[in-house]
Ligand binder design. Structure first.
Ligand code: AQP
Length: 361
């Protein structure tokens, strides 16, 4: 790593299918910054297990995510790519940071609230319809509420504690900048708080990292519900376009995307969230600003606009997948291994410094 360049850290969970929101919000920023920073890109597998994963699928997804980084243009000669669980200092530092984190810090996290809500929704649907053996249930309302409440209580501690592990990921490498989508802003803010709190209590140890997100595209909304962010774990596949979706299928999802009442193609996220989201996607994939698109599609119909955008997405997916399919799993494993080797030295040095400060070394 060059001593003149600042350290950049970011990562994505191998928890589902990487979608165009992840690409726009996170990876497209990484590509722009790759030349000017010492970049560390992580496959954050220990974050993924904060919700239930199938071990076989998780193993495949870890390789898939790293392959996606490479196919999109992350260059292992310039940047470090690695798997979080390969470096045990992440969890070690997370434990130490836990001791200075307040329950109240974590209770405020909207992602925890959202994900718990989603778990409750899933249980609600299950209870409403069938039990584990497929028997139709006919529970009284009281019984249903009791089960739902117990689900909230049984949301994993890992899901609650996720932001502390994220803080450890970032602080372990003296990171100065963290490019993410805006749903992660609150977690980076907590990282800053914990770094300051630790420094105050034990003396200067951690750099306070800066958050970086796009002005446009920091939050791509769901195609089927433009009021909520596009999400890997959305219940419907029509919510997102995966980078590994068949290009035809990707194009169809654009054609099926929810639009708003009226017919004007105008950017107004409050009144026209559907078309505004599609305008943002068009602008970022088509390389035109939103004002230009509004002029180009003045007096044209939603259908025409969507057809053109579908074509752009189809082309993007086709080109991306050509590159993706050429990368072998073996190649990826080697790159991850090399990445961990380089980082272990830095992580070891930092954890020793932290352990000395807190008095255990
Ligand atoms: N809809 C989005 N628009 C812009 N950026 C987004 N990111 C996620 N969704 C959008 C950014 O992508 C990176 C992936 O982070 P993650 O793997 O931790 O996933 P996440 O933030 O929890 O969101 P996902 O990918 O949709 O997964 P689930 O369904 O698990 O919530 C981050 O930089 C994130 O900001």
């Amino acid at each position: 790593m060059s001593e003149k360049k600042k350290i950049l850290f970011s990562g994505i969970q191998p928890s589902g299918n990487l979608h165009i929101g992840n690409y726009i919000g996170a990876i497209s920023q990484w590509l722009e910054m790759q030349e000017n920073y010492n970049c560390i890109f992580c496959v954050v597998d220990y974050h993924a297990i904060t919700v239930k994963q199938d071990p076989e699928i998780l193993r495949k997804k870890i390789i898939e995510i790293a392959k996606i980084y490479l196919a999109l243009g992350i260059d292992p000669k310039k940047s470090i790519i690695f798997q979080q669980s390969d470096i045990k200092e992440h969890t070690e530092l997370a434990w130490i940071l836990n001791t200075i984190t307040r329950i109240n810090d974590l209770k405020k996290m909207t992602q925890y609230k959202d994900k718990t809500k989603r778990l409750i929704e899933k249980t609600k649907n299950k209870i409403k319809n069938k039990d584990k053996l497929g028997n139709i249930l006919n529970l009284k309302t009281k019984e249903i509420s009791r089960k739902i409440l117990s689900k909230e209580d049984s949301a994993g501690v890992g899901l609650f504690d996720y932001p502390v592990l994220m803080a450890a990921d970032i602080l372990l490498y003296d990171t100065e900048i963290v490019p993410v989508g805006d749903d992660q802003a609150q977690h980076v803010e907590l990282t800053r708080t914990l770094a300051r709190r630790f420094n105050k209590q034990f003396g200067d140890t951690f750099i306070i990292p800066e958050l970086k997100f796009r002005k446009e595209g920091a939050r791509i909304m769901g195609l089927d519900n433009p009021e909520k962010k596009m999400s890997k774990s959305a219940l419907s596949e029509l919510n997102y376009i995966s980078l590994t979706d068949n290009p035809e299928k990707g194009a169809k999802k654009i054609m099926k995307a929810t639009t708003d009442s009226g017919s004007e193609i105008k950017y107004n996220p409050e009144k026209k969230p559907g078309i505004s989201n599609l305008l943002t996607i068009y602008s970022l994939f088509g390389g035109k600003d939103i004002k230009t698109l509004e002029k180009e599609y003045k007096n044209k119909k939603y259908g025409e606009f969507k057809k053109d955008l579908a074509e752009i997405i189809k082309k993007f997916l086709t080109n991306f997948q050509k590159k993706y399919n050429k990368i072998s799993g073996k190649e990826v494993e080697k790159i991850l291994e090399n990445g961990s080797k380089k980082l272990k030295v830095i992580a070891d040095k930092k954890i020793k410094e932290v352990k000395k400060k807190i008095g255990v070394l």
